[in-house]
Design a protein. Structure first.
Length: 253
């Protein structure tokens, strides 16, 4: 019976159980650290799903959660600036999807694992740029976000690192990042639909993963304790690094 249920989503029962576990882990880390869900889900999901399915399932399960917080983010953030970054990302997204079609499953896993490891290294070492967000910064971060998002699904790191380095209030930074990620998800799912890449199986699979992902998000936020931020960040870095290493194609040679 369970095998028939899983086959309705185009995966084996063992893969479905694995994906639920991965979504749960990603949600817990996101809940207690505030980041990291894509950096965990994408490399691990790529070990059992085709690259486009990874992008679709992540987008579906990640699009719903932030929506209740969107009105507040629009009030506290800078929507025009976020829209400008999104406009640039929308252009380079096409190039990223073009490259995705040409790197193959193993290439996708190499790219994703490498980007996750580089992102963790930059965050863990506290790398920052200094200055204000100029048109050149918008072009650079938006362009890189769109290309990397289309190629690997990891659209967030360039924009997140940009805003973490900016001299803006913490509430504004959180609001801008939330708005951008919602905008990105909407752009990506729309582009995949226009290109005829959306099929029922990955959409349904992503919908199934929403519940464990959101539940784990709540659980992760519940266990969070103020004053232990460094410990939670360290835990997130370790888990993300482990996910990236596990996704390396060398293990399947």
């Amino acid at each position: 019976m369970f095998a028939d249920f899983a086959s309705g989503f185009g995966v084996a029962i063992a893969d479905l159980v694995f994906l639920v576990a991965v979504a749960t882990l990603a949600g817990i880390v996101r809940g207690f650290s505030g980041f990291g869900s894509a950096l965990i889900y994408i490399p691990l999901a790529a070990t059992v799903l085709p690259p486009v399915w990874v992008l679709i399932t992540l987008t579906v399960m990640d699009l719903v959660g932030p929506l209740p917080n969107l009105p507040r983010a629009v009030r506290e953030g800078r929507p025009r600036q976020v829209a400008a970054i999104g406009a640039v990302a929308g252009v380079t997204l096409l190039a990223g999807l073009w490259a995705l079609d040409r790197i193959g499953d193993a290439g996708f896993r190499w790219v994703v694992s490498g980007l996750c490891l580089v992102t963790v290294a930059l965050m863990a070492t506290g790398w920052r740029w200094s200055g204000r967000i100029t048109p050149a910064i918008i072009l650079g971060s938006g362009g890189m976000s769109g290309f990397l998002g289309g190629l690997s699904g990891l659209a967030g790191p360039p924009v997140i690192l940009t805003y973490m380095s900016a001299s803006l209030p913490a509430a504004t930074i959180r609001a801008n990042v939330l708005m951008y990620l919602v905008l990105w998800d909407a752009m990506l799912i729309s582009m995949l639909a226009v290109q005829g890449r959306l099929t029922a199986a990955p959409l349904l699979l992503g919908a199934v993963l929403i519940l464990p992902y959101l539940g784990a998000n709540v659980a992760g936020a519940w266990v969070f304790r103020t004053g232990a931020e460094r410990m939670y960040r360290a835990a997130a870095y370790i888990i993300i690094t482990g996910a990236a290493v596990m996704a390396l194609p060398v293990w399947s040679l």
